[in-house]
Design a binder for this molecule. Sequence first.
Ligand code: NAD
Length: 289
Amino acid sequence: MQVLDGKALSEQIKEELKQEVDTIRLAGGKIPHLAAVLVGDNPASQVYVRNKVRSCEQVGFQSTLIRRPADVSQSEILDIVKRLNEDPDVDGFIVQLPLPDHIDEDAVNLAISPEKDVDGFTPINIGKMTLGLPSYLPATPNGILEILHRNNIETSGKEVVVLGRSNIVGKPMSILLSRKGQPGNATVTMCHSRTKNLAEHTRRADILVAAIGIPEMVTADMVKDGAVIIDVGINRVEDASRKRGYRLVGDVDYAGLEDKVSAMTPVPGGVGPMTVVSLLMNTLKASQR
Ligand code: NAD
């Protein structure tokens, strides 16, 4: 079984990005600048944003972190978005999700300028992606495409089953893998919480993408021999033996899979680091507009 090491691949891509930034700097061009808005103190969000800022530093991008407490008003967040939309020095920005309940995530998303939407979540970018036009692709699905592409995993004509229909992972992943292109051209089935007989679908999958958010829900009996497993899930489960009291597991239970599948992404160190790298790739693209 091949371990699809997203951490190593992300380091390789970061090195490529760093070289591009060095070339831009030598030519006196604009250094890419990513801004991130972090609201409240959700521990997972803090880790994600910290990783994004650290990765910017690693590749020589400029980064700005804007933090607000959980009780910030919606109008203040919309003001920040407006300011970032208008700031010529900021090439792209993200508003880390989830936002507190009193803030309307859709309203915030709709306020982001599509030109600076390096998360690829706004309707214009989702629409362009669906039509196969150039756009900022959503970071996690784009990172998965990169994993498939750089590991020479053929998708054309394959049965792909995507578990999950979220706007940020499952839905765009299904669209991208069924698009005409490379990677793409797959026959895609998208499953969700109302899907009946889930295992009947998953057992047909040459490539199984799990983005559900339920720890180790996919078990070996649900997986076809020789399948490629992309585990998007990042779930905290209690573990008293760990200093921090928990460990991270995916949506796939790895027990019994090692001798059964042809390749799989680990958790952590699989899809997660590639998501961050996708964001950097989009930011570089934004800075070259
Ligand atoms: P979400 O909660 O928005 O969506 C979960 C989806 O799973 C829903 O569409 C739901 O219909 C489906 N689902 C729920 N129960 C199901 C079941 N029993 N059978 C089939 N489908 C079922 O989640 P999300 O934002 O897409 O994230 C999914 C997981 O991926 C989470 O663990 C999240 O932490 C992780 N994630 C990881 C990255 C990364 O970079 N690795 C990025 C985003 C999300």
